[in-house]
Design a protein around this ligand. Structure first.
Ligand SMILES: [Mg+2]
Length: 231
């Protein structure tokens, strides 16, 4: 029998919050410290990509080689140290409209299961969420520390959501909510539904081209959003 529950898998950057460039600045500082590259993130668009994939892209573009596994791990360690300071100090950090109300109401409902689906390394996700005390809403998630490929992260997040629910939940009752084409594509790869929000840097038209199930300007009207996913 099909469950009446719904799993909502939220992206972080550009969907729940804006870090005000804290992630980019932390990566710049980490690459400066480890490899003496200044402005490593220049000409790299991180939106929708996973942290390990971004690091690999910097290695390819700026160092003209592939990183070793240990180099990614070491870069991550240095990045997380800088990220903590950058998120704390970021004047552009803010929650996106409606998010707090949506998560507060969503977490109260026994038919909704909230999780994360993000390219951030898990510790980085924690740092970004902790400044707004949002971590309490997400008992599980899929992270950039699980896989470099977002589609694989999506499959893991779906599996963890079902495990957390303790029952089978059909693909049509699982939604990925994100602000880039990568979010929509990873939802498709996992066979679940996609809700795109134009609160990140990706233009509305580009999101529309990827044909998400729903496309919203933002999540300010959380009641409308909750009605939408109940359809
Ligand atoms: Mg995003």
């Amino acid at each position: 029998m099909n469950s009446s529950k719904t799993i909502l898998l939220f992206d972080i950057d550009g969907t729940l919050l804006l870090s005000g460039g804290a992630g980019n600045r932390a990566l710049n500082r980490a690459f400066q410290e480890k490899y003496q590259i200044s402005q490593a993130m220049e000409s790299i668009t991180p939106d929708g990509k996973t942290d390990p994939a971004i690091v690999r892209e910097v290695f390819r573009k700026k160092l003209h080689r592939e990183p070793a596994f240990t180099e990614i791990e070491e870069l991550k360690r240095v990045y997380l140290r800088y990220l903590l300071a950058e998120v704390k100090a970021s004047s552009g950090y803010r929650l996106l409209p409606g998010i707090l109300h949506l998560l507060e109401e969503g977490s109260q409902r026994s038919d909704l299961i909230l999780g994360l689906l993000t390219g951030n390394w898990e510790e980085g996700a924690r740092i970004k969420l902790d400044r707004s005390n949002l971590r309490r809403f997400f008992p599980f998630g899929g992270f950039g520390s699980d896989a470099e490929d977002r589609a694989e992260i999506a499959r893991l997040a779906v599996q963890r959501g079902r495990e957390y629910a303790g029952e089978w939940i059909g693909e049509d009752r699982i939604f990925v909510i994100g602000d880039t084409p990568y979010d929509i594509r990873c939802a498709r790869a996992a066979g679940v539904r996609a809700i795109a929000v134009a609160t990140g840097s990706c233009p509305w038209e580009d999101l529309a081209c990827c044909q998400p199930d729903y496309l919203l300007p933002n999540l300010a009207d959380h009641k409308q959003f909750l009605a939408l996913i109940s359809k």
